[in-house]
Design a protein around this ligand. Structure first.
Ligand code: G06
Length: 624
């Protein structure tokens, strides 16, 4: 490797930082490189020339030289950032994040003087006292009530909820859910260590293999085509088999699904198909999971002895769709029942005195709801739909999705179906940075199964240090809004979605252009034909390219979408529409066929022995 620091003459002679000096000159002026090798590596190119250009911001002004920046330069850079953000915020339409915090984080800015850290379990006081766990617990209780869980949290009660506030967004929530599900379904247990090196140490163990069923501890994950890429990431991080990976490896050529013409599929699809639209494919469908396909797939894997992990969407990333969680549960419960997945013994130890087996009785299925967006407003829409006193009847009764969803089994037991929910705090409620909530029940936590008085392992969360500011921000939002206020916020967003959809249809008729406006009922987003790059950029539109007929490049459509949030105003939508109308009138919309070639059009054939594990979404589903 080239040691660039020892050859300063090779460094580019371009200014670094806002004073016009080169890197080398700065080092010399700091006494760091006078005739001897500098202790740091220098740039071998000009970052300003290499990094993306953001109009209104200068890379140079943000470059950090060894001398630091003068106060004036530092302030100037920050002011440019402030102006840039104000402008970008005023034009942000494409992402499902609330843009206007109603000024409340300013009220909370006084807490910035502290290092707030909610390290450890929210229900344990912990050693680090400058924390906001009291607000975190209040926020968790609020959502536990909203999601029909049993609360307050009580570690002795299996049905009680447990959860924590995420330091990342729902990516962490989905990751934690899959981790939790994987360990629970694959027979992992935390037991008291027989030889504790430190007091209170636990041991992480794998249950003994099942004698008759080699797949008993081999869970398989299911999620739809419309699922956020965080889930594809989670299955890779956690090494969980998707039904695609397990299908290709263990059951090649045996996929029970058929194509649109009724022919059996030769390969296992990478994700559960979403519902088909008028084209006969899912590209123009509503974005909800195809329940028939899911049922067929789950039947196959449950029939082969696998435990089942399913992630459902409540407010999907691109189409804003809500999977019908109740209907999914109704269709799958009989399959779980037939295959002994309602309760199965997991042997993790034996009594040292009696030799008696220590057994944990567990479910063999896990239903997770990725409510990154929808778990925030769904309960209020459902409330309004049920109760006329809220003064608004939403256009749809959104599906039930939470811990209150129980069904009767064959032998008349009440089975609660949902094991976990994730929600982002910065999406529907709104926060200045990513945050969120993960929630499950005490009975699904890995813990010493023999100890009913278990008081919770301090290290129950994913992160070590956890953001202690986010609980204050979400708490403040919830404290400022009654349920009626919350209904009014979602009503505003829903009304605006319907307004935008109608306006796009009017534009289509008026200018005789194809705009393909579409909106899934109940969704907060409207999708339509992608306008010029200029508009996509200016309005932070999120985009997705789809094939109307799979693998047929000539049928590709480019979509953009707008999310209508509580902070979105009609003025903002009208300003965007005026610009879009100009593109329609002047025929500036990019031609449908003017599309770049994708590398995926010439796929590599897998060599013998290579296993396909999961689809990793590239740009698309709104991600760029
Ligand atoms: O980690 P975050 O909070 O971004 O949530 C991930 C996530 C999980 N599940 C669903 C259904 C989601 O829509 C998301 C995130 N969605 C947005 C996105 O990635 O758009 C392309 C977040 C963007 S906010 C700027």
């Amino acid at each position: 490797m080239t040691d660039v620091t020892s050859r300063p003459h090779q460094l580019p002679q371009v200014p670094f930082g806002s004073d016009g000096e080169t890197w080398q000159q700065i080092l010399e002026s700091q006494g760091l490189s006078n005739g001897h090798a500098a202790p740091v590596s220098g740039p071998i190119g000009d970052p300003q020339a290499m990094y993306p250009v953001e109009p209104g911001l200068e890379t140079r002004a943000f470059e950090l030289p060894a001398s630091g920046l003068s106060d004036a330069k530092r302030r100037k850079a920050l002011s440019s950032m402030e102006l840039y953000l104000a402008d970008r915020r005023d034009h942000m339409l494409g992402y499902q994040v609330t843009q206007d915090m109603n000024g409340y984080p300013t009220d909370l800015s006084r807490f910035m003087e502290n290092h707030l850290n909610n390290i450890g379990d929210p229900f344990q006081s912990g050693g680090y006292k400058p924390n906001t766990k009291i607000a975190e617990r209040a926020v968790l209780d609020y959502y536990a009530a909203l999601w029909n869980a049993q609360w307050p949290h009580d570690p002795r009660v299996p049905e009680s909820y447990w959860g924590y506030m995420l330091s990342m967004g729902s990516t962490e929530g989905n990751m934690y859910a899959l981790w939790n599900a994987r360990d629970y379904l694959s027979g992992k247990a935390l037991i008291e260590s027989t030889e504790p090196t430190t007091f209170g140490a636990l041991r992480y163990v794998q249950a003994a293999p099942h004698i008759d069923n080699p797949n008993a501890f081999h869970p398989v994950a299911f999620f739809s085509e419309d699922t956020h890429y965080s889930f594809a990431k989670a299955v890779r991080v956690l090494n969980v088999d998707t039904f695609h990976a397990a299908g290709e490896a263990l059951y090649p050529g045996r996929c029970p699904l058929t194509d649109a013409d009724g022919r059996p599929l030769k390969e296992w699809p990478t994700e559960v198909p979403s519902r088909r639209g008028p084209s006969g494919n899912s590209a123009d469908g509503p974005g909800e999971i195809d329940i028939d396909a899911l049922e067929t797939l789950v039947k196959f894997f449950a029939g082969n002895g696998h435990p089942i992990m399913i992630s459902l969407n409540y407010g999907s990333t691109f189409k804003g769709a809500h999977d019908d969680v109740r209907r999914v549960c109704e269709r799958l419960l009989p399959i779980f029942e037939e295959n002994g997945l309602l309760e199965r013994p997991v042997q993790y130890g034996k009594d040292p005195k009696t030799g008696e087996a220590k057994i944990d009785l567990r479910r063999g299925f896990w239903i997770h709801v990725d409510g990154a967006l929808g778990a925030g407003y769904g309960p209020f829409m459902r409330m309004a739909y049920e109760d006329p006193r809220f003064g608004w009847t939403p256009e749809v009764d959104l599906p039930e999705f939470d811990f209150g969803l129980t069904l009767s089994s064959e032998d008349d037991n009440q089975i609660d179906m949902v094991a976990s929910i994730a929600m982002s705090g910065h999406k529907w409620p709104g926060a200045p940075w990513p945050c969120g909530i993960y929630m499950t029940k005490v009975k699904y936590q890995l813990m010493p199964p023999s100890q009913p008085q278990y008081i919770g392992s301090p290290d129950t969360t994913f992160a070590g240090s956890r953001n202690g500011f986010s609980p204050l921000v979400i708490w403040d939002h919830l404290a400022r809004h009654s349920y009626q206020d919350q209904v009014n916020l979602i009503r505003h967003a829903q009304d605006l979605s319907i307004y935008l959809e109608n306006r796009l249809r009017q534009l289509e008729r008026k200018h005789r252009v194809k705009l393909w406006p579409a909106r899934t009922r109940g969704a907060l987003t409207v999708r339509f034909r992608r306008p010029s790059d200029k508009l996509v950029d200016k309005w932070s539109l999120s985009t997705e390219d789809v094939f109307m007929v799979p693998k047929k490049p000539e049928t590709r459509r480019r979509y953009a979408h707008i999310f209508l949030m509580a902070s979105t105003t009609r003025e903002k939508i009208d300003a965007f529409l005026a610009e879009l109308e100009r593109e329609c009138a002047d025929q500036l919309l990019p031609a449908v066929e003017a599309l770049p070639t994708l590398a995926a059009e010439a796929p590599v054939e897998l060599a013998d022995g290579v296993l396909s594990l999961a689809a990793v979404p590239g740009p698309g589903r709104g991600f760029q």
